[in-house]
Design a protein around this ligand. Structure first.
Ligand code: 3HC
Ligand code: NAI
Length: 707
């Protein structure tokens, strides 16, 4: 018998324990081991019933995602899922009651395995879900056919198209779970299995008949969702899910299953799925820092402080409180403090009004934020996050004060977006404890956390920050200390190309449309109108004052002209677009074209019609070329880190895998030849990144074939 499944008999019930740490994923060999163990139990005269349970902290988190990489063709995928379907049918046909006992998660293939059991019992805190869509695939082990037979089409569609897990009590009410077990799960599952022993206890999900009314309602639900489902352009998997569930409503189980296999096979070989699977692992890898070993001591953050209760400080304090960490929130005076607290309250109250937070949870969370105008209590905190104005002298002064009022082991984090961490780290007297925690606005919502390592930041402070980032429900990515770090450094190249395209003859609505057609939620100009044109302009002013620019080469003057005109974006009613009072609808403004034409004339550029393909190619090539430089300079550890940063920071379409992954799908050779072509056409600011040149010369990719 395989090590993946342990076999024992308790009270005349065969207990099969799936044991494949850390999440009991159904890797090569695990499916087969379950198959063999169930067959053994079926034939075992000592067993009247069977319980299938997971070892460790969870039931089964799904098929092993690595396996999909080995399915290179549609035919391979069809063949593999046909085998899985047959296997699950064998389990269902075992002649003794088969009960899945669920704790932790039953996700994807894990839930499908449970669906093929005759019953499912679960702990109250367990969750069940079909998250395949988040990997660009559909449930491929019978889930589109069995789940709607258990809970109806509506919930099955919801679960498999949004990918969000459902808590056990809701799953029980819906018919997915048969019983919630209080106390010891295994004991409860054995008792349940014994109560079903005997032939009458076998109930095959695949044989649940759908009556004509249920089928009709199911088909209607599929049609409604198909026409209303909101997904970025080019995303296919949720629609394949709907097709699969519709097949369950209209076809017998066998034919529906065949349809599922075909849909699954189409998805698994798609670029969408490769991209999303890449991001799944990239996100987890980003938390691993090559020279910070796994066993590096990472401190526990039990209480925190935030300095500055403005836009960012308030959101950061909320993130801590949301994670249950008490936080002191310091401001310069009571007026600023009350202003900051009012914004925090308003945010929470809006969540309460929308039903996302109970009044009780709001009060409990708000109670974790202690406002202050002094450093009293700072000696007791494990971390301080500084979020004062973006000014080097002020940061230096603040870090000097923090160095004096905190314990030597306290982490001193800064939320600076542009300043050199190494410069103000010295002022604290403890540069080893200083690190950047670059949150994105709104900090309580945005998931990206760039963890910026200074020259002297200690490894344990890095490890503590990564662990803390996860606890704050962020996606932490460790980056180096260059101007703009990784996110904003890349953004500068993205925006610069958008500005130059505008000067050359493209229009603001056209450029934005090309990027939203590509899958971004909002184009570069719409985004800047939200973030504020003044923010970038002030950064350029600061850089000019120290003799630098953000991206070398030509700079468009148009954004600075808008800044001078007080057109900061939505907040002033005009920016790249015009806005009517109280409305966010973007109204194109002919003035922009006029400003662009003036700027082009000054630079001696003959304006021309620019087609959509050129816009997309130039903007994405600019990102990939700069990304290659970031990588080569060592400011990001892996291409995947850049992908994670750009997807979470700026909404790069996940189904394209991030800017570096997308470049690979275009082909690095093509990307390089574009850079060379643009250099010839537009000037030397287009300079191929040496890493890109090397990779093309050596026939290598950013991921060493990981895609
Ligand atoms: N396959 C392979 N590896 C997996 C995995 C899976 N299904 N699920 C998790 N892992 C790995 C992670 O990569 C990570 O590895 P690492 O330690 O080397 O980085 C480790 O398990 C722990 O995972 P997390 O760091 O994510 O741990 P958390 O405790 O934060 O989360 C979880 C646990 C909620 C189970 C989360 O891992 C998760 O959501 N997993 C994916 C679930 C999923 O998508 N299942 C569907 C798979 S596709 C499928 O089943 C198709 C089927 O229809 C045929
Ligand atoms: P803000 O102007 O909204 O808030 C700054 C707050 O700091 C003010 O309320 C001010 O009273 C307070 N403050 C100043 N000196 C202080 C002191 N000595 N002690 C306590 N409080 C003090 O600024 P914002 O936007 O929140 O920015 C803060 C930091 O976050 C800056 O470093 C900025 O670059 C960075 N950042 C800003 C982002 C944004 O989108 N706004 C995004 C990411 C980082």
């Amino acid at each position: 018998m395989s090590d993946f499944v342990k076999y024992s008999i308790q009270d005349r019930v065969a207990v099969l324990t799936i044991d494949n740490p850390p999440v009991n994923a159904l890797a090569q060999g695990v499916w087969e081991a379950v198959d063999q163990a169930v067959a053994r139990a079926g034939a075992d005269p000592e067993a009247d019933a069977i319980v299938l349970i997971g070892a460790g902290t969870t039931f089964v988190a799904g098929a092993d995602i690595n396996v999909f990489k080995t399915l290179k063709t549609r035919e391979q995928s069809l063949e593999r899922s046909a085998r899985t379907h047959a296997l699950l049918k064998r389990l269902e046909d075992v002649g003794k009651p088969l009960v899945a006992a669920i704790h932790g998660n039953a996700l994807g293939g894990g839930l499908e395995l449970a669906q093929a059991c005759h019953y499912r019992v679960a702990t109250a805190d367990a969750k069940v879900g079909q998250p395949e869509v988040l990997l660009g695939i559909i449930p491929g082990a019978g889930g589109t056919q069995r789940l709607p037979r258990l809970c109806g089409a509506e919930l099955a569609l919801q679960m498999a198209t949004d990918g969000k897990p459902v808590a056990a009590p809701k799953a029980k009410a819906a018919g997915i779970i048969d019983e919630i077990v209080d106390g010891d799960l295994l004991k409860g599952a054995i008792a349940f299995a014994r109560s079903r022993a005997g032939d009458h206890g076998i109930r095959k999900t695949r044989e649940v008949a759908l009556d004509a009314n249920a089928s009709r309602a199911g088909v209607e639900a599929c049609q409604r969702l198909r026409s209303s489902f909101k997904a970025p352009k080019g995303v296919r998997a949720p629609f394949a899910v709907i097709d699969g569930v519709e097949a369950a409503m209209t076809l017998p189980f066998e034919q529906g299953s065949l349809r599922e296999r075909e849909l699954f096979a189409d998805c698994v070989v798609s670029t969408e799925s490769k991209a999303l699977r890449h991001l799944f692992f990239a996100e987890r890898d980003a938390a691993k820092v090559p020279d910070v070993p796994k066993d590096t001591p990472a401190g526990d953050i039990k209480c925190a402080a935030v300095v500055g209760a403005g836009t960012m400080g308030g959101g950061i304090a909320m993130s801590y409180a949301n994670a249950g960490i008490p936080v002191l929130l310091k401001e310069v005076d009571d007026v600023a403090l009350q202003r900051g607290l009012a914004t925090i309250r308003k945010n929470y109250e809006s969540s309460v009004a929308k039903g996302r937070l109970t009044q009780q949870a709001y009060e409990r969370t708000m109670g974790l934020i202690t406002p202050t105008t002094s450093y009293d209590g700072f000696a007791g905190v494990d971390i301080v996050v500084e979020a004062v104005f973006e000014n080097m002298d002020l940061k230096k002064k603040t870090f000097a004060e923090l160095g004096a009022v905190t314990r030597p082991d306290c982490v001193l984090a800064s939320n600076t977006s542009t300043l050199d961490i190494d410069e103000f780290a010295q002022s604290s007297g403890r540069p080893g404890q200083v690190i950047g925690h670059h949150f994105f606005s709104p900090a309580n919502i945005m998931k990206l956390l760039e963890i910026v390592r200074g020259r002297e930041t200690s490894k344990s402070v890095v490890a503590t920050s990564v662990k803390l980032g996860k606890r704050l429900a962020k996606v932490p990515v460790v980056v180096g200390n260059c101007f703009g770090f990784v996110a904003n450094r890349m953004l500068a190249y993205y925006m610069r190309e958008a500005y130059l395209l505008l000067e050359e003859g493209a229009t603001v609505p056209q450029i934005d449309r090309v990027l939203t057609d590509f899958g971004l939620p909002v184009g570069p100009y719409g985004m800047q109108d939200i973030a504020g044109i003044d923010v970038g302009a002030r950064i350029r002013q600061y850089l000019a004052s120290i003799g630098k620019t953000r991206a070398e080469g030509p700079q468009s003057e148009v954004p600075d002209r808008l800044f001078e005109m007080g057109r900061y974006g939505q907040k002033t009613g005009a920016g790249w677009y015009k806005y009517e009072a109280g409305s966010r609808e973007r109204i194109p403004d002919p003035l922009i074209d006029q400003l662009a034409a003036e700027a082009a004339a000054k630079r001696g550029i003959a304006r021309r019609r620019i087609d959509d393909d050129e816009i997309l190619a130039r903007i994405t090539t600019a990102l990939a070329n700069e990304g290659a430089r970031v990588l080569e300079d060592g400011y990001a550890s892996r291409a995947g880190d850049i992908d994670v940063i750009y997807c979470y920071g700026f909404g790069f379409p996940r189904h394209r895998g991030g800017p570096m992954f997308y470049a690979e799908t275009v082909g690095l050779k093509t990307v390089l030849s574009r850079v060379e072509e643009y250099r010839a056409r537009f000037g030397d600011y287009w300079e191929p990144a040496p890493l890109l040149e090397r990779m093309v010369a050596e026939g290598k990719g950013f991921y060493d074939g990981a895609a």
